[in-house]
Design a protein around this ligand. Structure first.
Ligand code: NAP
Length: 249
């Protein structure tokens, strides 16, 4: 992990859940982290404290990533703070689940705006910095739902599948500049969100479909992010790494 020391990352949606664990793992690897959030300032402050305790620096980066001016300002804030940026983790995401016939155009647009447009905007404004230094990593947090679909999640599945196409296209665009762009596709990750609110029956049903017999943890995802950001992953680009305990194997 020593190869990451002194690097700088922007992690979107880092106030809670998977993003907060990614920020902490990057901090433990010596990476200074911009902790983005849109509403949960107190939670984001605790993540800043955790990264700082891990020995790296961290700063709060409030921004709605779906808004172009805010995404642009978030990247600028990080670059102004540390004079560089090496890593972007597009993790911010929301769901607005409804069966197709009941899904409003607003539900469709908002999920696509945050989960896909937000990743596009942050990548667009980070990329010139990575290209200039001929070094960089972009990790997009997709989902197994973007690969296999899921009833009630047409908007989310479309956004997460779109993120995979985006990953591959951008990876091809910037490969010659020594910048890698990869996606992670987590399965059911228990970080106190969706999995926590399931009924016991639903939990058991899902667990029965996961060959490893357990939900994933934030660290299962965060460790893959750290790997993809490291020197050892320098020849891996345009890939989708599925982290699901064998769910869709
Ligand atoms: P979560 O606990 O709901 O956290 C979502 C994060 O995104 C929060 O930090 C939230 O900030 C932030 N966010 C929401 N809207 C935003 C916006 N417009 N601009 C900036 N930040 C915004 O989510 P999670 O379960 O950890 O999921 C994280 C990512 O992994 C998502 O992309 C999700 O689709 C993906 N994923 C999750 C699972 C799973 O099982 N949990 C599985 C596969 C993929 P605030 O706290 O300020 O609202």
């Amino acid at each position: 992990m020593a190869d990451l020391k002194g690097q700088v990352a922007l992690v979107t949606g880092a106030s809670r859940g998977i993003g907060s664990v990614i920020a902490q793992y990057l901090g433990e690897a010596g990476v200074n982290v911009g902790v983005n959030y849109v509403a949960s300032e107190d939670a984001a402050s605790r993540v800043v404290d955790a990264v700082t305790k891990a020995g790296a620096e961290a700063v709060l980066v409030p921004a709605d990533v779906s808004q172009e001016a805010e995404a642009k300002a978030a990247v600028k804030q990080v670059v102004d703070r540390w004079g560089r940026i090496d890593i972007l983790v597009n993790n911010a995401g929301i769901t607005r689940d409804r069966l197709l016939l009941r899904m409003s155009a607003e539900d469709w647009d908002r999920v696509l705006d945050v989960d896909l447009r937000g990743a596009f905007l942050c990548t667009k404004y980070v990329m010139p910095h990575l290209i200039r230094r001929r070094q960089g990593r972009v990790v997009n947090i997709s989902s197994v739902v973007g690969i296999g679909g899921n009833p009630g999640q047409a908007n989310y599945a479309a956004a997460k599948a779109g993120l995979i196409g985006f990953t591959k296209a951008v990876a091809r665009e910037v490969a010659s500049r020594n910048v890698t762009v990869n996606a992670l596709a987590p399965g059911f990750i228990d970080t106190g969100g969706m999995v926590d609110t399931m009924s016991e029956e639903a939990r058991q049903n899902v667990l029965g479909r996961i060959p490893m017999g357990r939900f994933g943890s934030g660290s299962d995802v965060a460790q893959a992010v750290v790997f993809l950001c490291g020197e050892g992953a320098g020849y891996i680009t345009g890939q989708v790494l599925i982290i699901d305990g064998g769910l869709i194997a």
